[in-house]
Design a protein around this ligand. Structure first.
Ligand code: ZN
Length: 507
């Protein structure tokens, strides 16, 4: 069965059929890079990652373009406050955004582009809109004339005909002949960065950026455009108007919008004290894969209520999956086959694929895998599991994780590689394992925060301690073995003695 998506443009769930064979061209409105991205932003980016991973899983060849808005009121204000050039200011947040993406296992889109690298292309599109009679100049700025484009409002399904000239619909300070009109090019203001162009001195409006960058890399008509539901109007509506007015062709075939995220049932806002960047959560000791799991767990068209309880449960769910895979890999089972279990594994695969085919129903895809884990653990406990069916189960897990990307226990390794954690110095063998609290600078929404994470034992140190403990146990020195176990626990490392040997994980 085909993959099906809810298309905002038609208001219906539709079979997804790309324009060209199995090639998918999709565009994503990226971040406006004036601050660290918050978990509401990442709800949308995780959804887009699940989308591209699942399209690839289904055999499509994905070409994804993501823009970075590196010029707007916020970036200009931030650069001014920091006293540095705009480019330098936005560079910092682009770098942080890339680091965050690695932490959250987000695949990098094939093409990531900055708005300010495409000013010439924007000027050309605006000129073409002027020539065709869709745009006009006023006080050095250029506006799109909404009244000249008959399809306006088709995405947001709104009727703007009731708004009369003279009414105020937004806070834009520029002079427009019709309040519905929006700015394509903003005349230079004092103290603001500008570009010297055939349109005059100024800078692009936000909406034109996305029309230009998407069509440049994906063609005048492409398959998928996605973003948060807050972008439907006016941003995406305006993108359609600009693009279709300029080309006379349909702009985007499937519009996918993720609902927003709330925190403890309330709108996330700095004034309510419930505003979190990804880094704020990491600084509180939460693991990136648990955050990814939580953000992926609710189907994208449903509002996601973020709670710390939910985050805790996400971590437990991941642990359950990892424990199951460990058992599947390491435990000894009787030789032979079990046709019933073999088909049970197959059924889990079909169920999670059908759930994702159905407008990316991630909640059901998760349920499918947890049903399998529960039933298989029971079969293993009863001695019904057979060595011959092991590959079928490992295959289902591997396939499922190609989309969800949470099975690998690599948070510590990534946090360490990306500079969030330092290796602790450990006292020589025999002495007690003392891990000193570290001071690692982590940039959070409050600026630099110091000492938010402690140093942690390196993997080799932990392995060394476990070897020592095993040696102690072999010679019957159980008090030393217990001491090492407790020392490791106080250093944040949990030991589990399983049938397949001693396994460790970080708290
Ligand atoms: Zn956009």
């Amino acid at each position: 069965m085909a993959v099906r998506f809810y298309n905002t443009l038609s208001g219906k769930v539709e079979d997804f059929v790309p324009l060209e064979d199995n090639k998918v061209r999709m565009y994503t409105c990226g971040l406006t890079v004036y601050d660290y991205a918050h978990i509401g932003n990442y709800r949308t980016f995780v959804f887009q990652d699940i989308l591209r991973r699942y399209l690839k899983y289904r055999g499509y060849d994905v070409l994804q373009v993501m823009n970075l808005t590196d010029v707007d009121d916020n970036t200009i204000r931030g650069a001014k406050a920091a006293g540095i050039p705009l480019r330098e200011y936005t560079d910092k947040f682009i770098k942080a955004f890339k680091v965050d993406g690695q932490l959250l296992n987000l695949e990098t889109p094939e093409i990531v582009v900055r708005a300010t690298d495409h000013i010439d292309d924007m000027v050309k599109l605006i000129q073409s809109l002027e020539e065709k009679g869709y745009a006009y100049r006023s006080d050095g700025s250029v506006y799109f004339s909404v009244g000249s484009f008959p399809g306006y409002g088709k995405l947001a399904q709104i009727d703007l005909s009731g708004i009369r000239p003279g009414a105020r619909v937004d806070s834009d300070k520029y002079d427009k002949t019709d309040p519905r009109d929006f700015v394509l090019w903003k005349a230079a203001k004092e103290d603001e960065p500008f570009w010297e162009t055939p349109l005059g001195r100024g800078r692009p409006g936000w909406h034109i950026e996305c029309s230009v960058m998407s069509m440049k890399y994906l063609g005048e008509t492409f398959d998928i455009h996605s973003g948060g539901s807050d972008l439907v109007f006016p941003h995406h509506e305006n993108e359609i108007a600009q693009s279709e007015a300029a080309t006379g062709k349909p702009f985007v075939r499937y519009w996918l919008h993720a609902e927003h995220l709330i925190v403890n049932g309330e709108k996330m806002s700095k004034s309510l004290g419930n505003f979190f960047t990804l880094r704020d959560l990491i600084a509180r000791g939460h693991k990136p894969t648990a955050i990814r799991y939580l953000l992926a767990s609710v189907p994208f068209r449903k509002q996601l209520n973020f709670t710390f309880d939910g985050l805790h449960q996400a971590q437990q769910s991941i642990d359950r999956l990892r424990n199951f895979r460990y058992r599947l890999t390491m435990e000894k089972f009787p030789p032979g086959e079990n046709p019933e279990l073999q088909s049970r594994a197959q059924k889990a695969r079909t169920t999670f694929e059908e759930a994702l085919d159905d407008n990316l129903n991630t909640a059901e895809a998760l349920a499918a895998i947890f049903d399998l884990v529960r039933e298989t653990n029971t079969a293993m406990d009863r001695g019904e599991f057979r060595d011959g069916v092991r590959p079928a189960f490992l295959d289902v897990l591997e396939r499922w994780d190609r989309v969800f990307a949470v099975l690998e226990d690599n948070d510590h390794e990534k946090l360490r590689r990306l500079g969030f954690i330092k290796d602790a110095k450990v006292e020589p063998t025999g002495a007690s394992l003392k891990v000193e609290a570290g001071t690692v600078d982590v940039q959070t929404s409050n600026g630099y925060t110091s000492a938010v994470l402690t140093e942690a034992l390196a993997d080799e140190e932990i392995e060394k301690c476990i070897a020592e403990r095993n040696a102690a146990r072999r010679r019957g020195d159980f008090s030393s073995a217990d001491r090492i176990r407790n020392d490791l626990l106080s250093a944040g490392v949990i030991l589990e003695d399983t049938k397949a040997g001693t396994r460790w994980k970080r708290k």
